[in-house]
Design a protein around this ligand. Structure first.
Ligand code: FAD
Ligand code: FES
Length: 268
């Protein structure tokens, strides 16, 4: 069942799969109305309880991780009540979802593609890789993913099955891949200045460091931001973030202006 609200859809989506590895989960839902129009970088707002219970009242935002025909999935870490309730959902129940919301990564027409993700910020990059392979097949795609540990990365093991890309992994404790920062991987991968576009999602300090690297290398950098969100559709102004222009004090609203921004619009 789907209801149209402006150009956003509210759907009651059948749950096809719930997988949890420790505190990290992936839920796949049958939602053709959303999966047919979604673009990489967009997100959905998910009710964590059924319609009769209003606690938690607010929907929770999640990036669209993977789209296959009529289904899409999102991946999340259990950090509070909403995500705990979602992790307890059972296959063949349903979820009330609004989406797709926000803007998307802009696919650069020239240069190579560098995708950099950290923690749960890895989630939107799977959809982006699949999209780039389809719509930008002649370009090199390098994917660099950073996690705390090998165990934390397991929920994203589907990246290991993507062919035709260069995939590098880093962990904070060295339990798999490079022992260190994902920025180290980007530094060793980008060999010359101006060589394409970096698409980035992860913790703020990581994205700031990546943005600085891109500035020095004269590379385009797109970052996907996360904030606490209440409405997800531009109505509550709760997701405001200060933009780079401190003099004009220009604020951006992550849900409607983003979540994807050119890095230099956020950090000078
Ligand atoms: C556009 C967007 C996309 C997102 N995509 C993903 C995703 O793909 N996977 C994923 O795991 N998470 C994602 N998040 C974050 C996710 O929405 C929150 O983790 C979730 O709402 C927490 O709900 P909760 O009820 O479990 O936690 P709460 O009980 O609401 O909060 C628990 C703790 O988490 C913190 N928290 C709550 N919301 C956020 C937030 N948005 N960002 C950072 N910290 C928060 C709170 O401050 C608190 O410390 C995304 C957020 C945004 C804005
Ligand atoms: S979350 Fe309400 S305006 Fe962005």
């Amino acid at each position: 069942m789907s209801k149209k609200k402006g150009n956003k859809l509210q759907v009651e989506a059948e749950i096809k799969e719930v997988i949890c590895i420790k505190d990290n989960c992936r839920i796949t839902v049958y939602a053709p109305h959303i999966s047919h129009i979604a673009k990489p970088g967009q997100f959905v707002m998910v009710r964590t309880t059924d319609q009769t219970i209003n606690d938690p009242l607010m929907r929770r935002p999640f990036s669209i991780h993977q789209v296959t025909d009529n289904e899409f999935s999102f991946v999340f870490k259990i950090v509070g009540r909403g995500t705990k309730l979602l992790s307890d959902k059972k296959k063949s129940g349903s979820l009330n979802i609004v989406g797709p919301l926000g803007n998307n990564f802009t696919i650069a027409e020239t240069g190579n593609h560098y995708l950099v993700g950290g923690g749960m910020g890895i989630a939107p990059l799977y959809f982006l890789v699949e999209y780039l392979k389809k719509f930008s097949p002649s370009k090199n795609i390098s994917v660099m993913l950073g996690s705390r540990t090998a165990k934390e990365f397991e929920i994203f093991s589907n990246f290991l099955n993507i062919d035709g890309i260069t995939l590098k992994i880093s962990t904070d404790d060295g339990s798999t891949g490079h022992h260190g920062l994902v920025l180290d991987l980007l530094e060793e991968t980008v060999v010359k200045k101006g060589d394409g576009t970096v698409y980035c999602c992860g913790p703020y300090p990581m994205m700031q460091a990546i943005a600085k690297f891109c500035k020095n290398k004269k590379m385009n950098c797109q970052v996907s931001l996360e904030t606490i969100m209440a409405c997800g559709i531009g109505a509550c102004l709760g997701c405001a973030v200060a933009g780079a222009d401190n003099i004009r004090q220009d604020y951006v609203h992550v849900c409607k202006d983003g979540p994807v921004f050119e890095a230099d619009k956020i950090w000078k």
